[in-house]
Write a protein that binds this ligand. Structure first.
Ligand code: AMP
Ligand code: ZN
Length: 133
C-alpha cells in the first residue's frame, strides 16, 4: 500500500466512523446533515442541540441524537450511553443558555404529543416560573 493509499484508507475509516443511521424524510436528520438550517447551541459526534422554532419559554432548545431513533419507545440497550449522555448534557447546556432551573420533556408517540419522529429532549425555562404540569 502506498502512502497515498494509506491516507485515503484512513480518511475513509474516519468518515465511516462518524456515519450515523439517518432517515431521508426526517426533518431532524436533515438538520443533522446540515441540509436545513437550525439555530445550533451545541454539537459533537453523537448529538446536536438547537433552538425550537416555536419556543414555549424564553429559552427552549432540543437535544437530538444524530442517529435516527424514532422515539424513546424505540430506545434499545445499545443506546444506553447515548441516552445517558443526553441527560447529562441537559443541565450543562441549560446553564450555558443562562438558565438556573429548567424543564425537560420527551414526547413519545402520537398520544404523547410527539410531532417529529426523531427522538429529542426538550429543555426549556427562563422568565416567569413554569406551571406545575
Ligand atoms: P415534539 O412535539 O416533541 O415532537 O416536538 C417537535 C418540536 O420540533 C416542536 O416543538 C417544533 O416546534 C420543533 N421543530 C419542528 N421543526 C423544527 C425546525 N426545523 N427547527 C427547530 N425546531 C423545529
Ligand atoms: Zn431522523
Amino acid at each position: 500500500m502506498s502512502w497515498l493509499d494509506v491516507k485515503a484508507f484512513q480518511g475513509w475509516k474516519k468518515k465511516r466512523s462518524v456515519r450515523v443511521e439517518m432517515s431521508t424524510d426526517c426533518i431532524f436528520c436533515k438538520i443533522v446533515a446540515g441540509r436545513i438550517p437550525a439555530s445550533k447551541v451545541y454539537e459533537d459526534e453523537d448529538v446536536i442541540a438547537f433552538n425550537d422554532i416555536h419556543p414555549i419559554a424564553p429559552v427552549h432548545f432540543m437535544i437530538v441524537p444524530k442517529a435516527h431513533i424514532e422515539s424513546l419507545a424505540s430506545g434499545e440497550e445499545k443506546h444506553q450511553a447515548l441516552l445517558g449522555k443526553i441527560l447529562l448534557l441537559a443541565p450543562k447546556l441549560a446553564k450555558q443558555q443562562g438558565l438556573t432551573g429548567f424543564r425537560t420533556m420527551i414526547n413519545t408517540g402520537r398520544e404523547g404529543g410527539q410531532e417529529v419522529f426523531h427522538l429529542h429532549v426538550h429543555v426549556f425555562g427562563g422568565g416567569a416560573s413554569l406551571p406545575k404540569t
